[in-house]
Design a protein around this ligand. Structure first.
Ligand SMILES: CC(C)(COP(=O)(O)OP(=O)(O)OC[C@H]1O[C@@H](n2cnc3c(N)ncnc32)[C@H](O)[C@@H]1OP(=O)(O)O)[C@@H](O)C(=O)NCCC(=O)NCCS
Length: 177
């Protein structure tokens, strides 16, 4: 499946994406805000890339202007809503491209895919409390705040994070768009 926005192509990952993935995954603030350890070696990126390649709903974010993979966006199993026709949205973007509105553009497209191609009833998303950039993306895409799970995520560096939870259901998405 290939999805397209003004500035972005969303497509499945392939083995040629290793260098681009390693480039952005090495940067500490990228992983830290998403809850994973920055990649030190290309081997680590290779393991993640293989997972991405085998995941139907994980998309590489290709910046058209540079024909380069600058992040990932996925709809994965929703552990918050077991048994429900739901997915959990996750995303990261290379730090070089933050603040250009690119992730908001990607999330809006992936919501369309989730509700109209996968036919989901509801989509869950979360951010660590201090991750204001992600909070803004989530708000701009129309998600409804559900609450904060305090001290619910223990990071690799030993810090405990509060996680803010949101969701959007199909009807809300249709009404917002
Ligand atoms: C979160 C992330 C995906 C945002 O992507 P992005 O393309 O930069 O997002 P956008 O440009 O669409 O929106 C960013 C918003 O943050 C705001 N912002 C920018 N710099 C900021 C700062 N220093 N402090 C607070 N907000 C800031 C922008 O103004 C914008 O909001 P606005 O449209 O209301 O002005 C990106 O920063 C990222 O990949 N971070 C690391 C991984 C991560 O956090 N993943 C999400 C896990 S929940």
């Amino acid at each position: 499946m290939v999805l397209e926005t003004n500035r972005i192509i969303l497509r499945n990952f392939n083995e040629q994406d290793l260098d681009d993935l390693f480039e952005y995954a090495q940067v500490e603030e990228v992983g830290l805000n998403a809850g994973w350890m920055p990649h030190i070696t290309k081997e680590e990126s290779k393991l993640i890339l293989n997972m991405f390649i085998n995941s139907a709903n994980t998309f590489a974010i290709v910046y058209k202007e540079k024909n380069k993979v600058i992040g990932s966006i996925s709809l994965e199993k929703d552990h918050i809503r077991p048994g429900v026709n739901s997915k959990y949205l996750g995303y990261v973007l290379s730090k070089d491209y933050w603040g250009l509105g690119l992730m908001t553009e990607c999330v809006k497209k992936i919501l369309e895919y989730g509700f109209f191609i996968l036919n989901l009833d509801i989509i869950t998303v979360s951010h660590f409390k201090e991750n204001i950039r992600s909070k803004r993306v989530i708000e701009k895409c129309g998600f409804v705040y559900e609450g904060t799970l305090r001290k619910s995520s223990l990071l690799y560096n030993g810090t405990l994070k509060d996680k803010c939870l949101y969701s959007l259901d199909k009807i809300e998405f249709i009404n917002n768009n």
